[in-house]
Design a protein around this ligand. Structure first.
Ligand code: ZN
Length: 98
């Protein structure tokens, strides 16, 4: 049960680290336990999923599904993951204060 969404141009979504897309996403929902579903977003262009292989990084929903609310949350999770991943990439000439 995947839903294809297109973000508004003005929306602030972190670009996909693989292809730079920040407008087209697939929202997916999968039942992982009797009363729990995971909902997450993946890049609709290259299929990149920043939560892949990570426990507890996806939105947990009792009913799952890809209604508007869950789509918004899934994109929020995407943003968080991309920002987290960006932190772990060593940057040259980093001027970040300790
Ligand atoms: Zn991508």
């Amino acid at each position: 049960m995947a839903r294809n969404i297109r973000m508004l141009q003005k929306s602030k979504v972190e670009p996909c680290p693989k292809c730079g897309n920040n407008l087209l996403f697939n929202i997916l929902s999968e039942q992982v336990a009797e009363d729990s579903c995971d909902v997450w977003a993946e890049c609709a262009v290259c299929g990149y999923d920043p939560t892949s292989g990570k426990e507890g990084h996806r939105l947990e929903s009792v009913w799952g599904g890809t209604d508007d609310n869950n789509c918004i949350w899934a994109v929020e999770c995407w943003n968080e993951e991309i920002r987290e991943d960006a932190k772990t990439i060593p940057q040259e000439n980093s001027t970040q204060a300790e």
